[in-house]
Design a protein around this ligand. Structure first.
Ligand SMILES: Cc1ncc(COP(=O)(O)O)c(C=O)c1O
Length: 401
């Protein structure tokens, strides 16, 4: 059964605006169940977490539900889920926690393909710890990462993206994990763009730490880190004395935003209930059925987005397409010789078609590949339609004329 995009779109009040959103890689629109969960949590009787009143227990339940939802989404145990303000903040935090164990002469590996949030925190931590930095470079012909036969045995950490937020390139994470583990290193994976388009299985990917951002897949603005609880138990953050020493609580600083956690949970349940087999049923919260629903949904969404991507690609005419990797997400970076991409963005916006121009924090890939800066990013999401793609293509060809 194919993905019912009309039924899916009906959950998004903002889509009634008539705007066509091709800016999903920067953040998706919000479906009603997510907004309602935030509203319900903020307006129900609730206190800070505790063990006495129903209001304290409710706050605890919100946190437990959040961990269970992201355990289902990412395929790890619930106590391996850490909430953060953003993926960037979590990566900064974990770069500091991990760097405590590094010694001068150790090495880390970062990739030229990454968003700066999975590069700069590691470089800064490496400088502070006197650690050598090695780079995985991009093959300019394929936009794929060039992998070594092995990493040095001094390697402590490899940090790499599971999908580029500008080119869409999907590197072979399992292979990189095997190389990292053979050298005795940990693998830190930026799954922010990947998790918006692919069903995630963190243990199967071989990621030791995996970070994603619910606002890229219909949730509120926050970050989520997934790891084996045993690995988390081996790490000690700098923390307040009275705050919990337990895993994963010890990595979450200050009072949690319960309403945001409830919204993030609702995003996972919403996605799980969007699969063809369950589109008409209500969201389920049991582990196996929600994870199975997520797998079905991601399969259906993948087919829908691939069909749209092929349609976009066949109509780009005079535009240079920089996204060429064999395995990639439905995100296309394009430019037009002699034209500033911001003018094209404005031209499209005047037609209610939103595709942003910029370099999107992908500082290293833009430098390494000398990509035109700004370029136009066309990001497809599950709620996009064939009609919207045709409006985009009409706008792009009118912008050339
Ligand atoms: C691939 C990728 N990594 C990291 C980030 C940063 O995520 P956050 O805004 O949650 O810090 C983004 C944001 O666009 C991204 O696309």
């Amino acid at each position: 059964m194919s993905f019912d995009v009309t039924a899916f779109r009906a959950h998004f009040p903002s889509l009634d605006s008539g705007l066509a959103f091709f800016d999903g890689p920067g953040g998706t629109q919000t479906p009603r169940p997510v907004a309602e969960a935030i509203m319900a949590t903020m307006t129900s009787p609730i206190s800070n977490r505790g063990t006495v009143s129903a209001t304290e227990l409710r706050a605890g339940q919100v946190v437990a539900d959040f961990r269970a939802a992201y355990a289902d989404l990412l395929g790890v145990p619930a106590d391996g889920i850490v909430h953060g303000r953003s993926a960037t903040q979590l990566t900064y935090d974990f770069s500091r926690h991990l760097a405590k164990t590094w010694r001068p002469g150790d090495e880390i590996v970062v990739s030229r393909l990454d968003h700066d949030s999975n590069i700069r925190p590691w470089l800064q931590a490496a400088t502070a710890a006197g650690v050598t930095v090695r780079w995985l470079e991009i093959d300019p012909a394929t936009t794929e990462l060039i992998l070594p036969d092995s990493f040095s045995e001094r390697t402590r950490l490899v940090a790499v993206t599971a999908a580029s937020n500008v080119l869409g390139t999907v590197p072979p994470i399992r292979r990189i994990a095997d190389l990292a583990h053979a050298a005795g290193a940990l693998l830190y994976v930026d799954g922010v763009h990947y998790a918006a388009h692919r069903f995630v299985d963190v243990p199967a990917l071989g990621a030791d730490l995996f970070v994603c951002s619910p606002y890229k897949f219909f949730g509120p603005h926050c970050g989520v880190l997934a790891a084996d609880p045993a690995l988390l138990a081996s790490l000690w953050p700098d923390k307040l004395i009275p705050s919990s020493d337990a895993v994963p609580e010890r990595f979450e600083f200050g009072t949690l935003p319960y309403e945001q956690l409830a919204g993030a949970t609702a995003a996972v349940s919403f996605l799980a209930a969007s699969s063809p087999a369950s589109q008409s049923s209500s969201p389920s919260s049991s582990f196996s059925s929600r994870r199975a629903g997520l797998e079905r949904s991601f399969q259906a969404v993948h087919a829908h987005e691939s069909m749209l991507r092929a349609r976009v690609e066949s109509g780009l005419g005079a535009f240079a397409v920089h996204s060429v990797a064999a395995d990639r997400t439905p995100t296309l970076l394009v430019s037009l010789d002699g034209r500033d991409a911001r003018d094209i963005q404005k031209f499209l916006a005047a037609r209610d078609v939103l595709a942003p121009a910029g370099s999107f924090y992908a500082h290293e890939p833009f430098e390494a590949l000398q990509l035109p800066n700004p370029s136009l990013r066309i990001g497809l999401a599950a709620y996009n339609t064939v009609g919207e793609v045709d409006r985009l293509l009409d706008g792009l060809s009118a912008s050339v004329a």
